[in-house]
Design a protein around this ligand. Structure first.
Ligand code: FAD
Length: 370
């Protein structure tokens, strides 16, 4: 039995990772306190592309991430079928694209092998006429298109559902509660100090503290005197208040990257950029250049894109694991769990990296480590 203000585990970060960890630990019967400094899911999770996707793109450099994402996406779809909806993409191919239609189709044939893991359908190849018939907004210059399928989700609802289920299993969950300090006893982390929006400070003791703070993971690591190095990468979206296209679309950017226009239930997200980020995580701005870069990429395949009125932008910073050299886009989306006992800091576990699509698996393995 733990004393009041004392828990088996304190989890820092109420994004999808922390909420998933809090739920998993509570289901195992541990007493849990989850702390989030803002709103649930208001960090990177809320500014994602809102997809439980397999990551077809990672097949080029990180096959295992695609496989694990598809596998875990399949579990999430099974557990929470009422939360997800199919997002069907057209991948239009233009003359002189980086990949011609044969290459794109071959790529999708490989991805088709993974689609059953997440209960999605295999690709279809469309002629230019067929593609323009189903989506008349496509450029008259396209040479054909290939379809592919992912799952859409409202990440805020997904996070909150995990928080609610954790609470239903006994967890305490506080948002607008910022961890300002870790309480130490020699080398061991034994709790946290946190500040709520009314300015008051509280303490909570725990046998283990989990650092699930997404891109803020290094900042929380510093509080424990351990270095967790990320290579944070910023991404933005343009938000339209309605659907622009019948289908979600791929486009190629000027530097050959894949861009996505995701047609969600009642709105459209057009994204995204992927740039190393060195600034203040609590104040990430969107520049006109970033917006223009996305529009430029899309008007090739969807010429009328600039006629539509966006209402806002979103921006988030990916908590990508550190690696020197690769371009941001080619960074692995793998995750890693650090038990800092190996750095002489007991009672402190960090979960870093990963993707929304794999949050359930990340939560399970983090809970195993705890
Ligand atoms: C543009 C973009 C598009 C993406 N699209 C997708 C996608 O479609 N599908 C997909 O699978 N992945 C996608 N990703 C990746 C995915 O969004 C992230 O990997 C995932 O959401 C990270 O979740 P998290 O909980 O680890 O981090 P976060 O969501 O950032 O959560 C960490 C939380 O910790 C809190 N916190 C920080 N410091 C403290 C503190 N001191 N005290 C208390 N709380 C604190 C923060 O407020 C934050 O809410 C995308 C990422 C970006 C940037």
């Amino acid at each position: 039995m733990t004393a009041p203000g004392a828990y088996d585990v304190v989890v820092i970060g109420g994004g999808v990772t922390g909420a998933g960890v809090a739920r998993d630990l509570s289901l195992r019967g541990l007493s849990v306190l989850l702390l989030e400094k803002g709103d649930w899911g208001a960090g990177t999770t809320g500014s994602s592309s809102w997809m439980i996707h397999g990551g077809a793109r990672y097949l080029e450099f990180d096959w295992d991430t695609t496989r694990l994402s598809c596998l875990d996406a399949g579990h999430i779809v099974t557990i929470a079928r009422n939360f997800v909806y199919r997002v069907v993409f057209l991948v239009p191919v233009m003359p002189h694209d980086r990949n011609n239609i044969e290459r794109v189709e071959t790529f999708m044939e490989v991805y088709d092998r993974f689609q059953p893991l997440k209960k999605a359908h295999p690709h279809r190849r469309l002629t230019a006429e067929e593609a323009r018939e189903v989506e008349p907004g496509l450029s008259p210059d396209i040479v054909g298109a290939v379809t592919t399928e992912e799952w859409g989700v409202d990440p805020h609802r997904l996070v909150f559902a995990n928080v609610q289920d954790a609470m239903a299993h006994g967890a305490r969950a506080l948002n607008h509660s910022r961890v300002t300090e870790l309480i130490r006893d020699g080398g061991k982390v034994i709790g946290v100090r946190y500040r709520t929006t009314d300015g008051s400070t509280s303490e909570a003791r725990a046998r283990v503290v989990v650092n699930a703070a997404g891109p803020w993971v290094p900042e929380i690591g510093d509080m424990a005197g351990v270095r967790v190095q990320l290579r944070p990468a910023k991404g933005i979206h343009i938000v339209y208040p309605h659907r622009i296209s019948n289908f979600s679309l791929f486009a190629e950017s000027i530097d050959g990257r894949d861009l996505l226009m995701v047609s969600h239930a009642g709105f459209t997200l057009l994204g995204t950029t992927d740039d190393d980020f060195y600034g203040d995580l609590d104040s990430v701005e969107v520049s006109e250049d970033e917006v223009d870069y996305l529009l430029q990429g899309f008007e090739r395949v969807f010429p009328s894109i600039r006629d539509y009125r966006p209402v806002r932008t979103t921006t988030g910073v990916r908590p990508t694991l550190f690696k020197w050299r690769p371009y941001e886009d080619s960074l692995s989306r793998r995750y890693e769990i650090f038990d800092h006992a190996s750095n002489g800091v007991d009672g402190f576990v960090t979960i870093a990296g990963g993707k929304l699509s794999m949050y359930r698996l990340m939560a399970e393995e983090t809970s195993d480590a705890v």
